[in-house]
Write a protein that binds this ligand. Structure first.
Ligand code: ADE
Ligand code: ZN
Length: 368
């Protein structure tokens, strides 16, 4: 097939014609503790005397994580993290996991990645939260040297705890070293973002960056609070924004005021297809609102969320989206431009990645 022909292909035909792994991709939403290699979980458990794993066979362990995470609700999806966090309680373990994350990104064709974690979950073995952040940053830096992938680290607060202000201050403290923003993660139902408004105000006063998991396991109210109480610059998932729009009988889309705001303000939506299926945020991928949002101009991008739990990669997410929503190569490029424009990295770095990495990468595929 001549390269120029690729521009005419869509969906399954495009997937058949192209190695999606090689497409330059941008990932904004992945959890460090949700993306370990199964073999690393086992090795770290051995090294650190962690005895809680259900098996020491890497294939069986991977299948165990996938089964556990795919029970259709967020609380059960999150149960596996007890084990991944259980083996990430030393600086060496955190550094290794962050380094391997970068190697995996290179393998997956990702040119810029933001990865997130909650340092508080890594203090059971005696580390301070600052030590946990320092170790993760060291692994990411070493990974960049070896694999050339650009990155940023996001610090998560946990929505069921009252320690979010401490997490926000931690994020701000490490901003010069590679921390690019702040997130609120964990079980959503019963834990509204506005309870953490002090933490978000601290981030805002520091002129720093906010993304919030919202509209994944709870509805429009959570998205509204994330934006209008907490000042979110991006939203994680936001699947339930679909509830604030209506497809009318003539096929046109009628938006509620929140959906209109998200569209007009270009609020980036970090969408995670497989994860949404596994947590029950969506019951049928063909009906996932990603397609509706993308076709109607919302600033959406594709993400993995938790590569281990959801048995996914950026390549798999992109193939899935291309097949389900009949995407063209230009659509895939657009999704990755949406992502890099929405990154928390400084403007100059984003411009550099757009013009020296993403645009030339897709132009070369088209034979330009
Ligand atoms: N932590 C890891 N994955 C998550 C998800 N999908 N939602 C909320 N918190 C998470
Ligand atoms: Zn997430």
């Amino acid at each position: 097939m001549k390269n120029a022909d690729l521009t005419d292909l869509k969906g399954k035909d495009l997937v058949a014609a192209l190695d999606f792994r090689k497409l330059p991709k941008v990932l904004l939403h992945e959890h460090l503790d949700g993306g370990l290699r199964p073999s690393t979980v086992i090795e770290l458990a051995r090294e650190n005397g962690y005895t809680g794993l259900p098996t020491e066979d890497a294939g069986e362990l991977a299948a165990w994580f996938h089964r556990g995470a795919q029970r259709g609700n967020l609380p059960e999806y999150l149960e596996g993290f007890a084990h991944t966090c259980g083996v990430m309680q030393t600086e060496e373990a955190l550094e290794r996991v962050a380094y391997e994350f970068m190697e995996d990104m290179k393998e997956d064709g990702v040119v810029y990645a933001e990865v997130r974690f909650a340092p508080l979950l890594h203090t059971e073995g005696g580390l301070t939260q600052d030590e946990a952040v320092r170790a993760a940053l060291a692994g990411l830096r070493r990974g960049e040297k070896d694999f050339g992938v650009k990155w940023g680290l996001i610090i998560c607060a946990l929505r069921h705890l009252n320690t979010s202000l401490e997490a926000a201050e931690l994020a701000i403290r490490w901003r010069e070293a590679g921390v690019v923003g702040f997130d609120l993660a964990g079980g959503e139902s019963g834990f509204p973002p506005k309870k953490h408004v002090d933490a978000f105000h601290a981030i805002q006063r520091a002129n720093f960056h906010i993304t919030i998991h919202a509209g994944e396991a709870f509805g429009v109210e959570s998205i509204w609070q994330a934006l209008q109480y907490c000042g979110a610059h991006r939203l994680g998932h936001a699947t339930r924004l679909r509830d604030d729009m209506e497809v009318q009988s003539d096929g046109s889309l009628k938006l509620g005021s929140l959906a209109q705001y998200v569209l007009d303000r270009r609020v980036p939506l970090e969408m995670c297809l497989y994860s949404n299926l596994h947590t029950g945020a969506c019951h049928d991928l063909a009906q996932h609102p990603f397609g509706l949002f993308f076709r109607n101009g919302f600033r959406v991008c594709l993400n993995t969320d938790d590569r281990l739990m959801s048995d996914t990669t950026m390549t798999k997410e992109t193939i899935l989206a291309a097949e389900l929503f009949d995407l063209s190569l230009a659509d895939v490029e657009k999704l990755n431009l949406n992502a890099i424009k929405s990154a928390f990295a400084p403007f100059d770095k984003r411009i550099d990645i757009i013009f020296n990495s993403i645009k030339p990468g897709y132009a070369a595929l088209r034979g330009e």
